[in-house]
Ligand binder design. Structure first.
Ligand SMILES: NC(=O)c1ccc[n+]([C@@H]2O[C@H](COP(=O)([O-])OP(=O)(O)OC[C@H]3O[C@@H](n4cnc5c(N)ncnc54)[C@H](OP(=O)(O)O)[C@@H]3O)[C@@H](O)[C@H]2O)c1
Length: 311
């Protein structure tokens, strides 16, 4: 019998999943990739033990793959901010954001319930959107949820994951902040104006961005997977969130380009609709649980994190 731990990974082909896949392989895990397009996943991520076609709906052949797995890491869901430009939160797309997470997580937990040999651990993605928009108030895992669209999504998504506790699993809900990525998301969009020397803060400028370097995002997911004391909500954000003003000033410094041309809130709202809230509002989240569990951040401060990513 092998001592290798077998981990089911949904969302492996995504921004976080791709990097997590590499880290899990380095640590010797046997990985079962769940993807809506397993052949594409196989090409993109060679080296998994299996590539299983799954859909975020109950039933289907994929459920058998959960039997005998040690852990499930569930990241899949329709993109919330696909590069910010080009996608709008239409009512239909909002339903997809919600349904892909709630129904997908429910389907995973139902399949775990039916598995003769259940995994011991479920690490399920969530987001700091859970907390809503709360100005400068520091928010640890004990803070109550907000009451906007993303908060509703996170509450419903986490509720489904939490049901696995009744099946005897250790369940960790990883509330991820803004993962710094130079090709997509808020940072990816901000780079171009700065490179054209027309960069500046998104107004009002006082809103907090709770960012995290990808290496720490992966580190915290591994903490959730491997630390027996990790259970319940776990914020995945750096310990030093910054305001939009500070973010733009530091980004300008790292890129050697001035931060002087503010982006008005109204312009963003006209371009993005309700999705503009992601960058014109914010939350100041602190990683209390990760630090209590002894996690040491590789990038606790923004400037070294951006220097590392932007060279
Ligand atoms: N990146 C961030 O800054 C951030 C912040 C907070 C929370 N999160 C959460 O963390 C999780 C992973 O984030 P990520 O940035 O890696 O996500 P991502 O790049 O958007 O990828 C997620 C994966 O989900 C699957 N997927 C896409 N649309 C889907 C749909 N309609 N139904 C079911 N599955 C779908 C895809 O896998 P297949 O095509 O292989 O099926 C995709 O590779 C997400 O749930 C996200 O909401 C991310």
């Amino acid at each position: 019998m092998s001592n290798t731990k077998r981990v089911i990974l949904t969302g492996a082909t995504g921004l976080i999943g791709r990097q997590l896949f590499g880290a899990l392989r380095e640590r010797g895990y046997e990985i079962v990739v769940f993807s809506r397009n397993p052949e594409q996943a196989r090409r993109q991520l060679p080296g998994a033990a299996e590539y299983v076609a799954w859909a975020p709906t109950p039933g289907g052949g994929w459920t058998a793959a959960l039997d005998g797995a040690d852990a499930v890491i569930h990241l899949a869901g329709a993109p919330i901010a696909q590069g910010l430009i080009g996608v709008r939160w239409t009512p239909a797309y909002k339903r997809e954001i919600m349904a892909s997470r709630v129904e997908g997580t429910r389907a995973i937990v139902e399949a775990i319930a039916a598995a003769p040999r259940k995994p011991a651990t479920l690490v399920s993605a969530s987001a700091i959107g859970y907390y809503g928009h709360r100005g400068a108030e520091p928010l640890d895992e004990s803070a109550p949820p907000g009451n906007d669209f993303l908060a509703d999504v996170c509450v419903a998504w986490e509720r489904e994951a939490t049901r696995a506790e009744a099946l005897g699993l250790r369940v960790v809900r990883v509330r991820t902040g803004i993962v710094l990525d130079t090709t997509s998301g808020a940072l990816g969009q901000l780079l171009l104006p700065f490179r054209l020397r027309t960069g500046g803060p998104i107004l009002p400028g006082t809103q907090y961005y709770s960012w995290i370097h990808p290496a720490d995002e992966i580190g915290i997911i591994l903490l959730a997977l491997e630390h027996p004391g990790a259970a319940g909500p776990l914020n995945a954000t750096a310990p030093n969130p910054v305001t939009s003003h500070e973010f733009a000033a530091i980004l300008g410094e790292v890129l050697g380009s001035p931060s002087w041309l503010p982006v008005p809130e109204l312009a963003l709202r006209a371009a993005l609709g309700e999705m503009a809230d992601l960058v014109t509002k914010g939350q100041r989240v602190v990683p209390r649980r990760a630090q209590e569990l002894g996690y040491r951040f590789r990038f606790p401060e923004l400037k070294p994190a951006l220097r590392d990513l932007l060279g």
